[in-house]
Design a protein around this ligand. Structure first.
Ligand code: TYM
Length: 334
């Protein structure tokens, strides 16, 4: 914790709704592991967000702990960072409400994720899905966050967080730091293996469209071998060949190499060779994480100590901001 005052602050989170995909890992967790060395990081399991869609209580409990174990297994150090579960810090829900009262229905209706979901569910779409970007803004703003490492799909929500912070600061005087997004150069948008113009998503009905962080090696191999490519037959890194491009992106992100350098290795080779290398790279990357995560899940006491300490550290910082916000709004101090 020494030096933490001088370090810039990072906040990010993942929903424990269902299983964590390779997209979540490459777009978020993998870059967090690098950033933890230089920033004061808050990494959260955002369970309040997960209940925007129905969750079975038993599954929510196990997925929350599984996600925490994946953070740890991927190399997030609980001593250096604050790891916690969102519902353990009630300031998130409360600040969410205070910001809700400074948000417009119009701006929330324009969120593309909401628009997509409302097409599917119509009038019976949950109100939580509509409000969720405001809660996300509260998550970020409570920690006076400088940087938010997320995949590309979250940029619109981040923009809203900035707007809400600016609006509040203008209405009541400087209160929130204005956060900036950190979108990784590689891996920011891993696409569906079956429809490579759509992002890889855990809520996809087709299980062959995503790889899960906890998928066993033979399943990973099968899903990659079935990944949709094209009839061009040559390995190029171009939007015209979205399936092949996605496979190269996955390989480039795992290896930390430039996609165009990767293409050079496949000059006279075909899709089968590329797919084999992609599957090997994913398995090599995920196997140690899977083993560690399963090990960590056995020790419930150790996990409990981590999330309790994390909630304590997070609450201290979040409550400080929340008190400021309450006072500026005109609430009587307790
Ligand atoms: P969620 O749980 O949908 O996704 C978690 C993280 O994974 C990234 N991601 C991807 N990156 C690359 N390719 C993909 N196919 C892919 N799919 C998902 C997301 O961009 C995200 O970084 N609202 C957030 C959770 C959240 C949050 C926050 C994030 C709540 N509060 C505050 C940052 C800060 C969400 O639903 O992410």
């Amino acid at each position: 914790m020494e030096n933490s005052e001088a370090k810039k602050v990072i906040f990010s989170g993942i929903q424990p709704s269902g299983n964590i995909t390779l997209g979540n890992y490459l777009g978020a967790i993998k870059s967090w592991v690098k950033l933890q060395e230089d920033y004061d990081c808050y990494f959260c399991v955002v369970d309040l967000h997960a209940i925007t869609v129905p969750q079975k209580p038993k599954d929510l409990r196990s997925k929350t702990l599984e996600l925490l174990s994946i953070y740890l297994a991927a190399g997030i150090d609980p001593e250096k960072n604050t790891l916690f579960i969102q519902s353990h810090v009630p300031a998130h829900a409360e600040c969410g409400w205070l910001l809700t009262c400074n948000s417009y229905v119009g701006e929330l209706s324009r969120m593309t994720q909401y628009k997509d979901k409302s097409k599917k569910f119509g009038d019976s779409i949950g109100a939580g899905l509509f409000m969720y970007p405001v809660l996300m803004a509260a998550d970020i703003l409570l920690y006076q966050t400088d940087l938010v490492p997320v995949g590309k799909d979250q940029t619109q929500h981040l923009e809203l967080a900035r707007d809400l912070a600016n609006r509040f600061n203008n209405a009541y005087s400087e209160t929130f730091k204005i956060p900036t997004g950190y979108i990784p150069k590689e891996g920011a948008k891993i696409m569906s293996l079956q429809e490579p113009t759509k992002k890889m998503s855990k809520s996809d009905e087709n299980v062959n469209s995503f790889i899960l962080v906890m998928d066993p090696p033979e399943v990973i191999r099968k899903k990659i071998s079935r990944a949709v490519t094209d009839s061009v037959g040559v390995i190029n890194y171009t939007e015209e060949q979205p399936g092949v491009k996605n496979l190269i992106d996955i390989l480039a992100t795992i290896k930390g190499e430039n996609p165009f350098d990767i293409v050079k290795n496949y000059e006279n080779l075909g899709y089968a060779e590329l797919k084999k290398d992609v599957a090997d790279a994913i398995i090599e990357e995920l196997a140690p994480i899977q083993a560690r995560a399963l090990e960590l899940q056995k020790d419930k006491k150790a996990l409990e100590e981590i999330y309790r300490n994390g909630a304590q550290k997070a609450s201290y910082v979040a409550n400080k901001t929340l008190r400021k916000v309450q006072k500026k709004i005109g609430f009587i101090p307790r």
